[in-house]
Design a protein. Sequence first.
Length: 120
Amino acid sequence: MLYLLISWTVVAVSSAHLLLRKGLVSIGHLPSTSGEFIPYFLSVFTNVYCISAVLLILLAVPAWILAIARVQLSFVYPFAALSYIIVALFSMLLFKEDVGVLRWLGIIVICAGVFLVSRS
């Protein structure tokens, strides 16, 4: 059950980041003047992708609470780093981002650390 809670949290939060990126890309440029900030954030808070991202985060919170209530935070928290794999992979596929070898090596090192933590 613990690993299901952690997995749901990692997938939901990763998906939320991807949805947020999709929403921000669809909105367009960042505001360059202070007068553009309010319209920009109104666009963000009314964008279906951005709203979906926030809702996913809200759905992930109860699972995260249950997970950290069961075991030590220092055990559970490193699993959140698994989102690096999901976000990097889907950023490449969905947004055509360049995820180079050095970045993948860093992600592998992080995952090795998560593996070691899971064995403790």
